[in-house]
Design a protein. Sequence first.
Length: 287
Amino acid sequence: MQDDKSSRKRKRKSKIGSSADPSCNDASIICDKRKKVVKKVELPASSTVVATNSLKQSKSNAFLDKMRAKLSGGHFRMINERLYTCTGDEALSYFKEDPSLFNVYHTGYQEQMFHWPEQPVNIIIKWLKSRKTSLVVADFGCGDAILAKNVKNKVFSIDLVAKDPSVIACDMSNTPLDSSSIDVSVFCLSLMGTNFPNYIQEAYRVLKPSGWLLIAEVKSRFDPNNGGADPDRFVNAVSQLGFTLISKDFSNKMFILLYFKRKEEKQSSKGKQIEWPELKPCLYKRR
Ligand code: SAH
């Protein structure tokens, strides 16, 4: 029985490409699903070699591209984890040592964002467009400065590395912005460092009285059933710093949005005394 099968296999093989039939090595042979020769076009031997080589080349290029994508995806996840588990100061030194890591990070970040049905930065852009263009904005952790590029307002774009000359490169817990000079402070997926309360405190310092604080953050970081922070505790801590919650939007699957206004009166307690909930890192899955 076994012998019968293998001899049938051998016979089939010799029909479609064995060395016994050299014409079957011709790359121009088109076979149907059952590997039966259905059409044959004569080509000079040299073109067969070229076709075979270019097929091999494109296969190996595709393989290399796949490997490169895997490596840079892994590199992105490593940098991302690092940024969520160190302070802003440490993150600044990390990128100062090797600024090219910033591009690796942002290429991976864009790849992740591509899979999100909606980008939080676009909601913030819409929000700003529905208001006066005279509002001065500070975009804390601006990345590619998409916000500044899409609104008419004056925007101070801040990040650890300046990808664009318009970006102020610094740790956002300590910016060169003047106190009480900003109408809208934005944190769009940028509360990454373990000392994130310092960033919000800096936003408070630069905001004018009654200025806006907009926070968009990854939803899973505020899901207490999965190790995330209690959103009410977070709102409470921000309020103690000197803000009033105006509205919140938890309707999106991927992120939450919080809209605060700076209280007119001076803040009552210093950041240190406030009990901030821990915000767990947002670690992206391998795709
Ligand atoms: N807000 C942008 C980019 C979000 S990615 C957008 O929505 O498209 C988060 C950004 O925050 C990264 O570019 C990161 O470098 C920046 N960031 C994180 N910690 C920071 C810090 N301490 N100071 C300045 N920028 C910071």
